[in-house]
Design a protein around this ligand. Structure first.
Ligand SMILES: [Zn+2]
Ligand SMILES: [Zn+2]
Length: 256
């Protein structure tokens, strides 16, 4: 019998939209582990305590920030403080992010060099490695500098994360058949207001029909919207499973 592979799994730390009125709902944050590799996708409001509960934060191999809306990066501030003041000796973590990230964080604290103390920021290459995982990044329609990513072990099904995305077709070049697609569904059953830069379930249904991921994980649904109907709409276009993720969900990415 073949030796079993070390796990490749996603832990949902936060799946909230830009604001939340639900206790327990925190900003976008997704922990991906592949063997000894640990990577975080986004770190939105309120999700740092969940990160610290799930993993020693200084052990992260990298943090990827999809774009510079606060619901995707603002808890880098407590991560920075933790790495600077609680970890002995202080450590630095690699952060791949839009190029303006250091100046945004420095301005929040009105302190030049605030970010560089503990966060080693670099702009997105189109392809790079983080430990066991190869990463492809692709600029997508949302802010002027927003990215979707695909993470995978070489030649195996991977995880595609949309960040926030205004055009579903922008994600298509990243998706291989059998991948897990973690995708925002901000406007639920829709429609998406013109120019808002987000997706709804009908747009995702069209995307999965064209690209055939093995599983779809919906996230970032706005407050007060139906939480069942968007899943049904996407599931009607899929053979594999579809769910709306919640904090605490753990998904085995090596199987669908
Ligand atoms: Zn967002
Ligand atoms: Zn956004």
């Amino acid at each position: 019998m073949a030796a079993s592979q070390p796990p490749f799994e996603l832990t949902v730390l936060g799946a909230g939209p830009a604001w939340s009125d639900r206790p327990g709902s925190s900003g976008a944050a997704y922990l991906v582990r592949a063997g000894d590799t640990a990577m975080l996708l986004d770190l939105g409001q309120g999700s740092f305590p969940r990160l610290a509960h799930a993993i020693e934060p200084s052990a992260l191999d990298a943090v990827l920030i999809s774009h510079l809306h606060p619901d995707h990066f603002i808890d880098l501030v407590p991560l920075r403080h933790y790495l600077a003041y609680q970890v002995k000796p202080p450590r630095s973590v690699r952060v791949v992010a839009p190029a303006d990230l250091p100046s945004r964080l420095d301005a929040l604290n009105d302190q030049p060099g605030f970010t560089a103390t503990s966060l080693a920021c670099e702009p997105y290459p189109s392809a790079f490695r983080v430990g066991e995982l190869g990463v492809e990044a692709r600029r997508i329609t949302h802010t002027a500098d927003s990215y979707a990513v695909r993470l995978a072990r070489d030649g195996q099904p991977g995880l595609v994360y949309s960040g926030d995305c205004g055009v579903a077709g922008d994600l298509a070049p990243l998706i291989r058949p059998g991948d897990t697609l973690l995708v925002e569904v901000s406007f639920g059953v829709g429609p998406v207001p013109k120019g808002s830069g987000h997706l709804d379930a009908p747009a995702i249904a069209g995307l999965v029909t064209a690209t055939r991921p093995g599983r779809v994980l919906l996230t970032h649904l706005q407050m007060g919207l139906d939480r069942v109907a968007p899943v049904r709409i996407v599931a009607d276009a899929m053979i594999g499973p579809v769910s709306l993720v919640e904090p605490g969900d753990v998904i085995d990415l090596s199987r669908t």
